[in-house]
Design a protein around this ligand. Structure first.
Ligand code: MG
Length: 272
């Protein structure tokens, strides 16, 4: 992730130096990107349903809920009863093992867009076993750390969708490489979120304009996570559930250095 931060800073600087939009430099083609949200485990089912309702009202195109044993089939069933037609995914963050295969098959009836990383975070083989036995697409997140992982997973048939997080794969170059491998296999990707501040968020937006980012990502508005963001303008999502892409040099968002200074807790200057 540290490498990713430095590498992305270089891409960002290059875009500014060349006076081109960062998204064009990365090879992007979209003029707007579709947005979804990820909602964690809540204190109660009612609380979760309320949150989903708020996010749908805000225009988000895809709802993803976290699941784990004891918080899955009942929850998904309640969501589907209330919203039979929304685009719904779930993310297990490795909460299951292959012994749960019959239980995981019960998820099929909820017509999920995908089930994300159901098994071990470093596994391709058993995900392939699971994917063979399920109609619902398996999406890999944590298991994909680079393009070689993506190639191995797709050759094995471990998933039908890949989540790309720029930090997880170590920067834009590897993110693009994973994107390209998936495209070769005709497997769509989407951009995962890691609670980025506006700076990382603006990079996720730029990356999401690449052609194989065909599914709504976890890239959402600044205000979902921040009282005050470190960029201006803040990232906002339209009522249509899209973030429009700006055709201006760099990221299209300006860093608020005063705000960064205000919230900095430690500073270290490295000199050669
Ligand atoms: Mg995930």
């Amino acid at each position: 992730m540290a490498k990713g931060a430095l590498e992305n800073a270089v891409w960002d600087a290059e875009a500014k130096a060349k006076n081109v939009p960062l998204w064009r430099l990365l090879g992007g083609t979209r003029d707007k990107i579709p947005c979804g949200v990820s909602i964690g485990i809540q204190d109660s089912h009612e609380q979760l349903l309320d949150k989903i309702s708020t996010e749908l009202d805000a225009g988000y195109q895809r709802i993803k809920v976290k699941v784990k044993p004891g918080w899955d089939v009942d929850v998904l069933s309640k969501i589907r009863q209330r919203w039979p037609n929304i685009t719904l995914s779930c993310d297990a963050n490795s909460a299951y093992t292959l012994q749960d295969i019959d239980h995981l098959k019960r998820f099929e009836e909820f017509k999920l867009l995908m089930i994300e990383q159901p098994l071990w975070n470093d596994d391709f083989y058993f995900h392939a076993t699971l994917q063979q036995q399920m109609q619902t697409a398996v999406c890999l997140d944590e298991a994909i750390e680079n393009a070689r992982d993506a190639q191995a997973a797709l050759e094995l048939g471990s998933c039908r969708i890949i989540n790309i997080k720029v930090g997880r794969v170590g920067g834009f170059s590897e993110a693009i490489a994973v994107h390209n491998v998936a495209e070769k296999f005709n497997v769509p990707v989407w951009c995962g979120g890691m609670l980025e501040s506006g700076l990382g968020r603006s990079h996720n937006i730029a990356l999401s304009t690449l052609p194989n980012f065909k599914l709504p990502g976890d890239v959402s508005a600044s205000k979902r996570y921040w009282k005050e963001d470190v960029i201006e303008p803040e990232v906002t999502v339209g009522s249509d559930g899209f973030i429009p892409i700006k055709d201006v040099p760099g990221t299209g968002y300006k860093l608020r250095e005063d705000q960064i200074e205000k919230i900095t807790v430690k500073k270290e200057i490295l000199r050669k």
